[in-house]
Design a protein around this ligand. Structure first.
Ligand SMILES: Nc1ncnc2c1ncn2[C@@H]1O[C@H](COP(=O)(O)OP(=O)(O)OP(=O)(O)O)[C@@H](O)[C@H]1O
Length: 279
């Protein structure tokens, strides 16, 4: 049985429309524009990676998509409904762990169902299926401190998935992991996503990670954050580690590196290598 089959939202969509979005942070004379005139259309089930220099507003944009931050002008719609506040259908995964240390792994994953009043036996059944999906069968009764960093991130993902998210918002979720665990987690996330097909907006500083995971990379300018380039990645799926050493991958990596370097060094954009066939 595919454990995901029971966990896909009925009629999963996750179509995001951001129009002329501005977000101001701070107050009084310290107020500043963190996000400026952003318009982005994200298809249901699309995997988007956001790349950009530190402080450019990536987390601010994610916070707005989560409903934790308000737009100062412009709009965000999810499946044609205006976004107003947080909702479990838009699940967040951070680099820092947010698991309850006093709860077992299974109770951490099942927590969202407990909040909905679902009985213990049923919520444990569903949580166990998700733990199997993320490769943690057998760890149900462990506590978070007994797990490695990568395992804790898998629990975080399972905990979000139990709410049938239409959208997963991921803020450098693998940033604290060692290189090998990080690659395993990327593969695991792609496997999970290819089963569930929920929309993912994923922040990373790692160009390899963005190129390996995304359908489309959005590159942001330094503050105030604007989208300065969109790159559609046509690498076939399922993606394999060999992709990382392919000519096309390396060409795109060089382009992204130049783009980010150009941004931080304040060089004119015309100096970039042309991208050829990429839209
Ligand atoms: N609550 C806040 N009040 C004032 N300034 C803030 C607040 N939150 C973030 N900032 C500032 O807003 C800007 C955008 O921050 P944000 O965290 O969105 O950037 P980021 O691109 O995610 O950065 P990083 O890649 O370093 O995590 C930064 O200059 C940050 O210092």
């Amino acid at each position: 049985m595919n454990p995901v089959a029971n966990h896909s939202s009925p009629g999963v969509q996750g179509h995001i429309e951001i129009k002329n979005l501005y977000i101001r942070l701070g107050s009084g004379e310290h107020a500043f524009e963190a996000v400026q005139n952003m318009s982005i259309s994200i298809k249901p089930g699309e995997f988007i990676c956001l790349l950009g220099p530190s402080g450019c507003g990536k987390s601010t944009l994610l916070g707005a998509l989560a409903g934790h931050l308000q737009a100062s002008s412009g709009s965000i719609h999810v499946d044609a409904l205006p976004l107003n506040g947080p909702h479990p259908e838009r699940g967040l995964v951070f680099q820092q762990h947010t698991l309850f240390p006093w709860k077992t792994v299974i109770d951490n994953v099942a927590f969202g169902l407990k909040m909905k009043g679902i009985l213990r036996a049923e919520r444990h059944k569903r949580a166990a299926e998700l733990l199997e999906l993320v490769g943690l069968a057998g760890f149900e009764q462990h506590y978070p401190f007994q797990l490695s960093g990568g395992m804790q991130q898998r629990v975080e993902i399972a905990r979000v998935l139990i709410n049938h998210p239409k959208v997963m918002l991921m803020d450098e979720p693998f940033g604290a992991l060692d290189a090998q665990t990080r690659m395993m987690m990327q593969q695991l996330l792609l496997d999970v996503w290819e089963s569930i097909k929920t929309t993912i907006v994923f922040i990373t500083h790692d160009i390899d990670e963005a190129l390996f995971l995304a359908d489309r990379i959005l590159v942001m300018s330094p503050r105030p954050g604007r989208i300065i380039e969109q790159t559609v990645l046509e690498f076939v799926r399922p993606r394999k580690p060999e992709l990382l050493t392919s000519d096309r991958f390396i060409q795109l990596k060089r382009h992204c590196l130049e783009l980010l370097h150009t941004q931080s060094a304040d060089f004119p954009l015309q100096r970039l290598t042309p991208l050829g066939a990429i839209s």
